[in-house]
Ligand binder design. Structure first.
Ligand code: NDP
Length: 390
């Protein structure tokens, strides 16, 4: 029986993971489930699956969580330290599906105890890739990708010699504004940006798909996870979202991973790895799909892709600054304080200001240096948002 914990159990990835676990209750023992503000969903999942402990990230919600769990036998806890402790509880497999940089410390705690880490939280690799991968090497813990593109690459690489890889192609749907006139983007609302053409995901990643900040994070994630040279990482727009990624080899062969857009495939692959098991994912009907189309992304529409290349070239702590500035820019957009195109302008301005501070982006990637750059970048983003609003 596999002992599993889910960090971010109330989110889109978390719910899909719970769905897979609930289908095979005899195979899993649920250790810890964590969430944020959605106490009802957290308590419901913890009770029905008989978790040892449920943890909310918010101290002020501990009373609500205790009330919701009364009589269930599930322990309750709250706060950042409790999240890390939950992740550190002995488990065989931990899903890292908290959104944002907040997922870094709990993910590291899971690696430190040697659990296999199913990593959906790409932000931790973007902000602190060397730290995460070093923790895995040190403890012998496995990190398995959950992002559909990275799961696809991982699967295409199975049994292959990494030295034979010449290129990886990550596909992108192009998001909600793929076909909008560029001039209209300034008027785009958060609600419009949060409508993804193909995938059903959380609000933040869906808006990041419209701006392609999500794809920018994924380029950096591919670099950190697999160690690919940035020049070998390509992005193409593929409106059908059926090919998730391709790997090109030295003999000209390209291995494509193709399937219906359902995150339960990538989650289930990580859950069952190194085996494959039946999953509740609809098989792809190629005839009904009809065609697979690809086109080059327009860097004027998606400046985030250009910024990702600059971040990879800069190295050091640039990823941490980029991720934090992106998260803050998204907060400002969701709150209606800045327009859609202002997000990438804000992130670029933050990176410029960080780069102008001698040594700021250099130095080792440690929890402390990442935390500091994260805070400085968020403050810079707030300054720039004020300047943009004036
Ligand atoms: P959601 O917004 O749907 O869920 C996020 C989860 O994190 C919820 O459980 C939420 O709790 C919790 N949470 C939010 N803020 C905090 C915090 N500060 N501390 C602790 N927990 C917090 O996100 P998704 O499921 O869409 O995405 C999760 C991660 O997976 C992200 O890193 C995303 O990039 C990645 N990912 C997602 C995909 C998808 O299909 N959704 C695909 C590939 C990667 P609550 O809701 O209770 O407040």
């Amino acid at each position: 029986m596999k002992r599993v914990s889910i960090l971010g159990a109330t989110g889109s990835i978390g719910r899909n993971t719970l769905d897979l676990i609930a289908r095979r209750p005899a195979d899993y023992r649920v250790v810890a489930l964590t969430g944020g503000r959605n106490i009802a969903a957290l308590a419901q999942a913890a009770t029905s699956l008989g978790a040892e402990i449920a943890v909310t990230a918010h101290d002020d919600l501990l009373g609500d969580l205790r009330d919701a769990l009364a009589g269930s036998g599930v322990a309750a806890a709250a706060g950042a330290t409790a999240l890390e402790e939950a992740a550190a509880r002995p488990a065989d497999w931990v899903m890292s599906a908290i959104v944002g940089a907040a997922g870094l410390r709990p993910g590291l705690a899971a690696l430190e105890q040697g659990a296999t880490l199913a990593l959906a939280n790409k932000e931790s690799l973007v902000a602190a890739g060397p730290l995460v991968m070093a923790a895995a090497r040190r403890t012998g813990a496995r990190v398995l990708p959950v992002d559909s593109e990275h799961s696809a690459i991982f699967q295409a690489l199975a049994g292959e010699d990494p030295a034979a890889v010449r290129r990886v192609v990550i596909t992108a749907s192009g998001g909600a504004f793929r076909d909008w006139p560029l001039a209209d983007l300034a008027r785009a609302t958060p609600a419009q940006a949060a409508r993804h053409p193909n995938w059903d995901m959380g609000q933040r990643i869906t808006i990041d798909s419209a701006s392609m900040f999500n794809k920018a994070l994924e380029m950096i994630e591919a670099r950190e996870f697999f160690g690919f040279d940035p020049d070998r990482i390509e992005v193409v727009i593929h409106p059908e979202s059926l090919v998730h990624a391709l790997v090109g080899f030295c003999d000209g062969a390209m291995m494509a991973h193709v399937g219906t857009p359902d995150m339960r495939h990538a989650i289930g692959y990580a859950l069952n790895w190194p085996e494959r098991a039946e999953l509740p994912v609809a098989p792809l009907d190629l005839v009904q799909a009809g065609q697979l189309t690809f086109r080059a992304p327009d860097l004027e529409r998606y400046p985030a892709l250009r910024l990702a290349r600059a971040v990879m070239a800069r190295g050091g702590l640039a990823g941490a600054g980029f991720n934090a500035a992106k998260e803050r820019a998204l907060d400002h957009f969701i709150a209606g304080r800045v327009g859609f195109p202002a997000m990438s302008e804000m992130v670029e301005a933050v990176l410029d200001r960080l780069d102008r501070q001698p040594g700021r982006l250099d130095g080792a990637v440690t929890l402390e240096s990442v935390r500091e750059i994260d805070q400085v970048s968020r403050a810079l983003a707030d300054d720039i948002a004020k300047e943009q609003a004036e």
